[in-house]
Design a protein around this ligand. Structure first.
Ligand code: AP5
Ligand code: MG
Length: 215
């Protein structure tokens, strides 16, 4: 099974992704996580990507498509299936993914669109914290202001792009580009909408129901 999580910044893609990969054993392919690792490692790709990420804009399609092609060509992607988180984000990325999957005899089975009221987004993102070591996602409002990760003891930090000013630009990029993927996948018949304005557990119940229809 190959699944994509679609949704605005802060919709809860990463939070739901952790649950999906744990239950279904899929490879978690988050382009945001791959880019943040490249930034932390100071690679040429990371230096290029950081400019766009800090401004709340999208990293160029050819860069991101190259990263994804490389990852889905690893044997475990076909064996276990892939959960795409934050990719694709533009129509050219979606078309490139369709081509890359069909060249390997694969397809996207479900696109789960997590829908959240825009007013909730800024508060969720500016109160997000994340573990630098294992990537676990927290929130100051529900988890308190943690210094160390509850899973692995790693350092808990705030992402550079989680300021209110940058979040608003990321939302603009979502509206201008990524929201066009909703009708794109609706036309393909793979779109499943889930109400993300509930607790993470309630949202996950709906995600499981959507995946049960295709799995
Ligand atoms: P990326 O890392 O993908 O960020 P994003 O899409 O902006 O989404 P977020 O990770 O901010 O939110 P999320 O939906 O995962 O929410 P989360 O579960 O963490 O991309 C970052 C940047 O990289 C982009 O801006 C771009 O520059 C670049 N990039 C990445 N991919 C790219 C691509 N394909 N093409 C071009 N550029 C690309 O939850 C957020 C908070 O809310 C957390 O604190 C969480 O605890 C809390 N929360 C989650 N669910 C709930 C709930 N149900 N109720 C209450 N709180 C909740
Ligand atoms: Mg995320």
């Amino acid at each position: 099974m190959n699944v994509m999580l679609l949704g605005a910044p802060g919709a809860g893609k990463g939070t739901q992704a952790a649950r999906i990969v744990e239950e279904f054993g899929l490879v978690h392919l988050s382009t945001g996580d791959i880019l943040r690792k490249a930034v932390a490692d100071g690679t040429p790709l990371g230096i290029e990507a950081k400019r766009h990420m800090d401004e709340g804009g999208l990293v160029p399609d050819d860069v991101v498509i190259g990263l994804v092609r490389e990852r889905i060509m690893q044997p475990d992607a076909a064996e276990r299936g892939v959960l795409f988180d934050g990719f694709p984000r533009t129509i050219p990325q979606a078309e490139a993914l369709d081509e890359a999957l069909s060249a390997s005899g694969l397809a996207l089975d479900a696109v789960v669109s997590v829908e959240v009221d825009p007013e909730a987004i800024v508060a969720r993102i500016t109160s997000r914290r994340q573990c630098r070591a294992c990537g676990k996602i927290f929130n100051v409002i529900s988890d308190g202001d943690l210094a160390a990760c509850t899973e692995c003891g790693g350092e808990v930090y705030q992402r550079d792009d989680d300021t209110e000013a940058v979040v608003r630009k990321r939302l603009d990029a979502y509206e201008a580009q990524t929201s066009k993927l909703v009708p794109y996948y609706a036309a393909q018949g793979t779109l499943r909408a889930v109400d993300g304005n509930r607790t993470p557990d309630e949202v996950y119940e709906s995600v499981r129901e959507a995946l049960a229809e295709v799995g």
